[in-house]
Design a binder for this molecule. Structure first.
Ligand SMILES: Nc1ncnc2c1ncn2[C@@H]1O[C@H](COP(=O)(O)OP(=O)(O)O)[C@@H](O)[C@H]1O
Ligand SMILES: [Mg+2]
Length: 299
């Protein structure tokens, strides 16, 4: 029996051979629940073809984290999520040596304290490298950590291998993971890091795309209510002096609560209920009240 073609395309529902005569250029096209556009697809596909990290920037709620999930889903593979915090160090991604556990075990006579390997815990990067299949590694919100963090990762991301100093073991990526790095743009990233990535900036969706995103999350909802909520959401985002503009995920939450509370279009226009789901600062509520008074905002 002939071997199945290695070269496949995902057509949103299944894998199909594609095209039989051309290379293994993977065509990411989003998923049933993740909407993309040509520019985003091109960036993903270029990063996959070049086996370079994909750096995604954009304001919060523009679907950066979800994109990594969608890529993993399309590739039919696992996602390892590494959420970066202000205290995260590159070393945490490789491995940590659990000295506390070893000390505990030696004190209470448990475990095999002689073998340090029992106390080496691989971090997200270490686990991604040790996986036998190609997986997706999401380094999420890289700009949360200090500037050294991305620089410190360069070496390992380039070479796809590292040595565990305590044991001398080398962890080598059997299959180069697909690396997705996201940034909310809080800090500039070092040039050396940028040079190695394929970059894409996710624009905040326009109203038409936003309605389609909402539809993915709320397929059976009254269209008139969605249209009104989306228009109001964009008007709120444009309020002058807004401290924190509401994001896509907040809009989706707002529509969920409107729906659950059975708010019809009439009540929506009259009351504009549950605004606390969208506006999270007193100053922003004040800005809305002021805009209403001056006629700069209508429900
Ligand atoms: N392109 C998209 N397709 C479908 N849903 C989206 C898309 N972009 C954003 N969303 C919605 O917005 C929410 C926030 O996305 P998320 O990936 O957490 O944003 P970010 O990581 O950029 O802050 C998601 O849970 C999803 O509901
Ligand atoms: Mg995110």
């Amino acid at each position: 029996m002939p071997a199945p073609p290695e070269c496949v395309r995902f057509d949103r529902t299944r894998w199909v051979p594609y095209p039989p005569n051309v290379t293994d250029f993977f065509r990411f096209q989003g998923t049933a629940s993740y909407l993309t556009n040509d520019a985003l697809e091109a960036a993903v596909n270029a990063a996959l073809a070049l086996e370079r990290p994909l750096l995604i920037r954009g304001e919060p709620g523009t679907g950066k984290t979800l994109l990594a999930e969608a890529i993993a889903e399309s590739l039919g593979t696992e996602l390892i999520h590494w959420p970066v915090k202000s205290t995260t160090r590159a070393q945490d991604g490789l491995y940590v040596y659990d000295t506390v556990q070893r000390l505990y075990d030696s004190r209470f006579g448990e475990g095999d304290v002689k073998d340090i390997r029992h106390y080496i815990r691989l971090g997200p990067l270490g686990r991604a490298f040790s996986s036998q299949k190609r997986i997706v590694l999401l380094i999420d919100e890289v700009d949360k950590a200090d500037l050294e963090f991305p620089n410190d990762l360069l070496h390992e991301l380039d070479r796809m291998r590292f040595v565990i100093a305590e044991t001398g073991d080398e962890v080598v990526a059997a299959k180069r993971p697909v690396v997705v790095v996201t940034s909310n743009n809080e800090k500039e990233l070092p040039d050396a890091f940028l040079r190695r990535c394929v970059f894409h900036f996710i624009d905040f969706p326009d109203q038409e795309l936003m309605k389609r995103i909402v539809k993915v999350h709320h397929p059976n909802i009254d269209r008139a209510l969605v249209d009104q909520a989306v228009v109001t959401f964009y008007r709120l985002r444009e309020l002058p002096r807004l401290r924190k503009r509401p994001s896509t995920s907040e809009l989706i939450d707002w529509i969920s609560v409107l729906r659950r509370a059975n708010v019809g279009t009439e009540r929506f226009i009259k009351e504009l209920p549950f605004l606390g789901v969208l506006l999270k600062k007193e100053q922003d509520i004040d800005a809305l009240v002021a805009a209403k008074k001056s006629g700069g905002f209508r429900n």
